[in-house]
Design a protein around this ligand. Sequence first.
Ligand SMILES: NC(=O)c1ccc[n+]([C@@H]2O[C@H](COP(=O)([O-])OP(=O)(O)OC[C@H]3O[C@@H](n4cnc5c(N)ncnc54)[C@H](O)[C@@H]3O)[C@@H](O)[C@H]2O)c1
Length: 440
Amino acid sequence: MTPNKLAENLMEKIKHKQANIGFIGLGYVGLPWTVEFARMGFHVWGIDIDKEKVDNITKGISYIPDVPTMDLAQVVKSGHFQATTDFSCIRNLDTINICVPTPLRKTKDPDVSFIDNAANEIAKYIKPGQLIILESTSYPGTTEELVMPIITKTGLEVGKDIFLAFSPERVDPGNKVHTPRNVPKVVGGVSSYCTEAACELYKSCLTQVVPVSSPKVAEMVKLLENTFRIVNIGLVNEIALLSSRLGMNVWEVIDAAKSKPFGFMPFYPGPGLGGHCIPVDPFYLSWKARSLGFEARFIELAGEINGQMPHHVVNLIADALNERGKCIKGSNIHIIGVAYKKDINDVRESPSIDIVDVLHKKGAKISYTDPYVPQLKIEALNERFISRPLDNQLLKSADCVVIITDHSCIDYASIVANASLIIDTRNALKNYRSEKIVTL
Ligand SMILES: NC(=O)c1ccc[n+]([C@@H]2O[C@H](COP(=O)([O-])OP(=O)(O)OC[C@H]3O[C@@H](n4cnc5c(N)ncnc54)[C@H](O)[C@@H]3O)[C@@H](O)[C@H]2O)c1
């Protein structure tokens, strides 16, 4: 390998925290990283097309629960972090990380238009010596087949004039133990200089970096991780449906199985998948597989089983009401927790949306409590629900209380004491025994 002065200069700048760092996309992934790098002493620019987010950052106000407003305000005030909607600041950057959304289209095909837009903005202002890292989850090949051609049409050569890598994001919103700084980061560059430069950047902020041979491998690592989860959740959801037919409690089965010290890892059933990752990312892989004439059958099957879970919850509600001589139509059904998982405010793809949608269409009167989600808008119903404080009167007036999300701050004792019927999809009431509790 011949020495590359541009790469060496860039790595020196990173080592001495003199590099100007940029992040495109300031959501659940981008914002925590900008604040981390700014706290490490770098000068960081955050670019987002959402002016409201940029205005909030400028005022020092965080909109992501994992980023304390105090930490954000401090780095903004010290001048280490500034946010903008103006992409021309890319001219002054040494590194640019892309953290834009990668949703699915209605047809379940990948929507990589956000990556495409971000790469085209970078291409307008790119200059030799810069490092570009894609962090958005996507199908194997995205970095080299989509981003690289946009960058190279400027005449710059990747690996020589400019450095390009993929590094999957593993942030787990709401997780207080595994934070961005202590979770290893996988890095795959287009060339060895690209990998080295990207590793240097992450090394300045976190404990372990795992280099791999190419961006494609790094892209596949992320999809393997999330496919592993969707398939195991699908399996345990199927076991839950079967256990219910066999008249046994699946949670007791899993608890006992996990006493095996090897060869078993517990996964838990639930009301359905939610969030921006598990219900979405594996379908990027199955889409890519199809383009090669290969059917990713585990992914499709897991998607099918997990997709049935919200309907299973509705059936549990209908059966339990029926046993009490009631029906869904006209019943007061109170939902606890609408975020897709505990202790966060994200409702994207949350199973609560499907459950509320179906119950509402069947004539139930719906209310909900979620301290993290003050309002819930359900597009399909053209309805906006407002979170209500959980009080005894509310619980007593409900014909059925359904626990969808087990936020740590919820008062489970008051639910058990005051509700007449509870559908517990998370085993949140495992410490309480009562005839009125129905589990998955
Ligand atoms: N949220 C998670 O837990 C998580 C975990 C791992 C990986 N990921 C992946 O990381 C990526 C980002 O996810 P997220 O949850 O942060 O999304 P998000 O929706 O919270 O944030 C994305 C941000 O990008 C902005 N944006 C969109 N297009 C843009 C553009 N062209 N230029 C500048 N900004 C633009 C949006 O306004 C938004 O603020 C996705 O690929 C996702 O799959 C997310």
